[in-house]
Write a protein that binds this ligand. Structure first.
Ligand code: PSU
Ligand code: MN
Length: 313
């Protein structure tokens, strides 16, 4: 009898398979940001641009999703378009949803947590996203804490993000990560970033601007046998950053709307993102696109640096 292997669920795209065989570093990308985080067609354009930026740095992008009962490691352009057009019709897949989508054959978009699991199965060390999920405001009542944080605590993947949106309670999000032993690194500034806004008012644990330093930190963590991920925050480029005062107003209004409409569970984050886009007249979307593209460059450079540093000490 052969033992069942999670590897059997993986289906590699040809370019990703070739890059891996050639020893070129891979960078995982999530698909919830495509299906649920941005509207069509901006989601498709952004996904293509992000992939191109990673290739231009010398790494290979692997967008991760669930299609036709397989975990896809890398999507063709047609498949990327299928996902972008499906939008919210694609199931949002966090850790607990993966078995359902794989066993039923549903089209699924992986969250940060879902993508970390799949990236780790594929042996991919670096994963680029926009912003992570976290502890929601009012979590003391709602218990709404994203499964992304638990995943960071257990799965050894480096997650590059522009911090977390202030739809979340950023202070509690950072407390949670500290409790679970997840290092929070920042590149480009001392503070943990706040997604559309550069400053969150909270310092990251360690500032490491250089990809080589980041890679040394990450290799050291993993070579010690310390389980779990690393979070690397980098702020939205100055030219595209929004100001805290205006964003706070949109967020307060969006949170109120979610409350009045009784939005709960995994619908909360996509609802808030879409509402903030409306309230900002599209400016939040522009910032969102800019920050994801910037994260892609930071992530690709980290993947290259990690590939040059295969072992520590
Ligand atoms: N933040 C964004 N855009 C997104 C998400 C977060 O700016 O699209 C997505 C990510 O996939 C993240 C998920 O993992 O939302 C978190 O959802 P929840 O809060 O339901 O765990
Ligand atoms: Mn939640």
């Amino acid at each position: 009898m052969t033992l069942p292997s999670a590897q059997a669920w993986l289906q590699w795209s040809e370019p990703v398979r070739a890059a891996r065989a050639a020893g070129r570093p891979l960078v995982a990308l999530e698909s919830t940001i495509v299906a649920h985080g941005m509207p069509f067609p901006e989601n498709l354009h952004t996904a293509r641009e992000v992939e191109a930026l990673i290739r231009a740095e010398g790494a290979e992008p692997a967008t991760i999703a669930v299609m036709d009962g397989r975990i896809r490691i890398g999507l063709s352009d047609d498949e990327l378009e299928r996902l972008a057009r499906a939008g919210p019709a694609a199931v949002k897949l966090s850790r607990r949803d993966l078995p359902a989508a794989l066993s039923s054959g549903a089209l699924g978009a992986t969250t940060v947590a879902g993508t970390m699991i799949c990236a780790h199965l594929a042996g991919i060390e670096v994963f680029v996203t926009g912003g992570i999920g976290g502890v929601h405001r009012g979590a003391a009542q709602s218990f709404d804490i994203s499964a992304d944080l638990q995943e960071l605590a257990r799965t050894p993947v480096a997650v590059v993000c522009a911090g977390a949106k202030s739809i979340l309670d950023i202070a509690l999000t950072l407390e949670y990560l500290e409790t679970h032993g997840v290092p929070v690194l920042s590149s480009g500034q001392d503070e943990f970033a706040a997604f559309f806004v550069r400053e969150s008012g909270h310092r990251a644990d360690y500032r490491l601007d250089d990809a080589k330093e980041q890679a040394r930190f990450i290799r050291t963590q993993w070579s010690l046998g310390l389980e779990g991920g690393v979070l690397l925050s980098t702020p939205v480029p100055e030219a595209d950053a929004l100001q805290k005062a205006e964003v706070d107003g949109w967020i307060d209004a969006a949170l109120k709307d979610a409350d009045v409409q009784g939005i709960g569970g995994k619908a909360v984050t996509p609802f808030l993102l879409a509402r903030i886009k409306q309230l900002s007249g599209g400016r939040s979307l522009k910032a969102n696109i800019a920050l994801v593209k910037h994260n892609a460059q930071v992530g690709a450079r980290l993947a290259l640096a990690l590939a040059r540093l295969p072992s520590m000490p």
